[in-house]
Design a protein around this ligand. Structure first.
Ligand SMILES: CC(C)(COP(=O)(O)OP(=O)(O)OC[C@H]1O[C@@H](n2cnc3c(N)ncnc32)[C@H](O)[C@@H]1OP(=O)(O)O)[C@@H](O)C(=O)NCCC(=O)NCCS
Length: 194
């Protein structure tokens, strides 16, 4: 038990305040955003097939200026923790949590996206597993939630495979692309993490 915890903690290396978690046989990383990421961020984030499933504050089209702003903001915000998903060569996606306030402060909200060429390889499922473990090991939170829009089967599947449970559906809570959609709310409790 203690050994397993030490393994997990050492897997999440903190180098000079830099976040680094390796996963899927060290082929992929969760790490801080870097200014070098701008080109890859624009290449993969500038995609309607991503935009349609995320909040409107994720821009579309996604410009170089948006990427520069995001990289600066993501490293300096007090609103949450935001990291890049990367392979050995470049950034391929993003993962993070938004802090919540008041009575919700022990429950953070997870978000993620992946460049379309990398979909369907199990990358985000594994990223969610290692990232949620990291969060529970390093922060005094009770649960992690995730909000998925009606129809986003891939994201629902990721969460289920990563151990999240569907808490419920908030009807027509989402207004996206001029239409109202149901919101599927998932959560993972501290004691459910293996
Ligand atoms: C959701 C997303 C992050 C998934 O990343 P990924 O690395 O491709 O996910 P994984 O490969 O780990 O798992 C995807 C699962 O969904 C399944 N899936 C994909 N499309 C599906 C569909 N249309 N219907 C049903 N299942 C689907 C895959 O088969 C896989 O399940 P399996 O392992 O049982 O076969 C990626 O598709 C994405 O960035 N989408 C746009 C942004 C987004 O939706 N963000 C989340 C907002 S809540």
């Amino acid at each position: 038990m203690v050994r397993a915890m030490i393994r997990e903690l050492t897997a999440a290396l903190m180098e000079d305040g830099e976040m680094l978690i390796k996963f899927l046989k060290d082929e992929y990383l969760i790490r801080n955003f870097k200014l070098d990421d701008i080109e890859a961020l624009v290449r993969y984030a500038n995609n309607y097939n991503i935009f349609r499933w995320v909040k409107d504050n994720f821009p579309y089209p996604y410009s170089i200026k948006d990427a520069e702003q995001w990289i600066t903001v993501s490293r300096n915000t007090n609103d949450g923790l935001n990291y890049a998903i990367a392979n050995q060569n470049e950034l391929i996606g993003g993962i993070g949590v938004k802090f919540k306030e008041d009575v919700y402060r022990y429950s953070w909200e997870l978000g993620y996206w992946l460049g379309e060429p990398f979909w369907g390889k199990g990358i985000v499922t594994e990223a969610v597993k290692v990232f949620t473990k990291y969060l529970f090991n390093h922060y005094n939170i009770r649960s992690i939630t995730a909000n998925v829009y009606e129809g986003n089967k891939a994201s629902m599947r990721v969460l289920t495979k990563a151990g999240f449970k569907l808490d419920g559906v908030i009807r027509k809570a989402v207004f996206k692309e001029k239409l109202f959609w149901d919101l599927y709310v998932y959560s993972l409790l501290r004691e459910e993490v293996k």
